[in-house]
Design a protein around this ligand. Structure first.
Ligand code: ADP
Ligand code: ADP
Length: 232
């Protein structure tokens, strides 16, 4: 059974003559313990799809089920609660809290939810992401790649059902990007997480188990176990 599904998902921004149909009937299943990449040209609806799947945006019509729960008609309050515990999100711009250390940023979802920190989980995630020596640094004292690894660890700390990442390597040099992608891949293969990421870079999509292609708000095809040359 998939970890997340969309059925006949439509998202229209605006109204009347200026309305934009960002998603035009998307049907998709995201696999458990899989790293799925979504590619497509700028404006094809990738971010909108991620935001609707993660409960950050409300679809115009259609259904979104995450971990067995229909979320598309939940209240903001219910969605906020769900995002704190069952859904992780990684942004292109990291979105760390500048006044908090790396450790405090990673623990933040648990602290906000007033949930206990499972020390074993914390240690596992920190080791997997290679941040053992950076836990007491603040974001400005970290490289872009380190900041994005903190953001990825934060997204994973509460064992969410699924993690969505929107262009997670968009601001990174290729070496930092490889570190972040290697961590996302190992979070799937070693920790059993389910991860969906948007990228426009074939080298990033090559880390995925499955690549979906979006165009004009519709899914146009997919590749399984791709390498960079088959995506290009
Ligand atoms: P991508 O992530 O593939 O670049 P987006 O999902 O950001 O695509 O955008 C899909 C379409 O929806 C584009 O035409 C974009 O201009 C439009 N769009 C996205 N967000 C908004 C918004 N908040 N208001 C109006 N139009 C939007
Ligand atoms: P390690 O597990 O040795 O730290 P990496 O972190 O570099 O290795 O990579 C983790 C996983 O990502 C690897 O098991 C491999 O499947 C995949 N991977 C690594 N490099 C690439 C690449 N350039 N393109 C596609 N997939 C890669």
């Amino acid at each position: 059974e998939p970890i997340a599904t969309a059925r006949e998902l439509v998202k229209v921004y605006g109204a009347g003559e200026t309305a934009v149909r960002a998603l035009d009937g998307v049907d998709v299943d995201f696999g458990r313990a899989q790293l799925t990449a979504i590619m497509g040209p700028s404006g094809s609806g990738k971010s909108t799809l991620m935001h609707c799947m993660a409960g950050l945006d409300t679809p115009t019509s259609g259904s979104v089920v995450v971990d067995g729960v229909e979320i598309s008609r939940m209240s903001q309050r219910q969605l906020t609660k769900l995002r704190r515990t069952r859904i992780g999100f990684v942004f292109q711009s990291y979105n760390l809290v500048p006044t908090l250390t790396a450790e405090e940023n990673i623990r933040l979802p648990l602290d906000i939810a007033r949930a206990p920190v499972d020390q074993e989980r914390f240690d596992t995630v920190v080791r997997a992401v290679g941040l053992e020596d950076r836990l007491h640094h603040r974001p400005t004292e970290l490289s872009g790649g380190q900041q994005q690894r903190v953001a990825a660890a934060r997204a994973l700390i509460a064992r969410p059902a699924v993690v969505f990442a929107d262009e997670p390597t968009g601001n990174l040099d290729s070496r930092s990007a490889a570190e972040v992608l290697g961590f996302l891949r190992s979070s799937v293969e070693d920790l059993g997480q389910s991860v969906v990421m948007v990228t426009h870079e074939p080298t990033a999509a090559a880390y995925a188990h499955r690549v979906l292609f979006l165009a004009d708000g519709r899914l146009e095809g997919e590749l399984l176990d791709p390498d960079a040359s088959t995506i290009l």
